[in-house]
Design a protein around this ligand. Structure first.
Ligand code: FES
Length: 115
């Protein structure tokens, strides 16, 4: 009898453990997905047209607003649309003909919910 009750509580404990682990993993995945992804084109055309300078501007923007941990910022080779460069993508939305003046406005709008 005691053995049966131990088994019952063991199964309940095991079920609860699985339930909470499932919730935790979902929350963790959800948290990871909430990071904004900024991809800057580092192809030769965009790089020469100004993305070399924009990399520093974006890094400074994120650091000044303490957003570095909320954003994945990375470079990528040519986006395949060089005539419209410099180009940048924020959460898979492409922005073309970026300048040092427009980048701040674009980041302000894209990251408004993160600040
Ligand atoms: S180099 Fe940037 S789109 Fe081609």
């Amino acid at each position: 009898m005691l053995l049966n009750s131990q088994c019952y509580f063991f199964n309940v404990k095991k079920t609860l453990h699985r339930f909470f682990m499932d919730i935790c993993s979902r929350n963790f995945n959800g948290f990871m997905l909430q990071k904004t992804e900024i991809v800057i084109c580092l192809g030769s055309s965009c790089f020469a047209r100004g993305n070399k300078h924009l990399v520093q501007l974006v890094k400074t923007y994120l650091a000044d607003r303490q957003l570095t941990h909320k954003v994945i910022f990375k470079g990528k080779h040519c986006f395949g649309n060089c005539e419209s460069g410099p180009a940048i993508e924020i959460d898979q939305r492409r922005y073309n003909n970026i300048t040092s003046e427009t980048i701040v406005e674009i980041l302000d709008k894209a990251l408004a919910t993160k600040i």
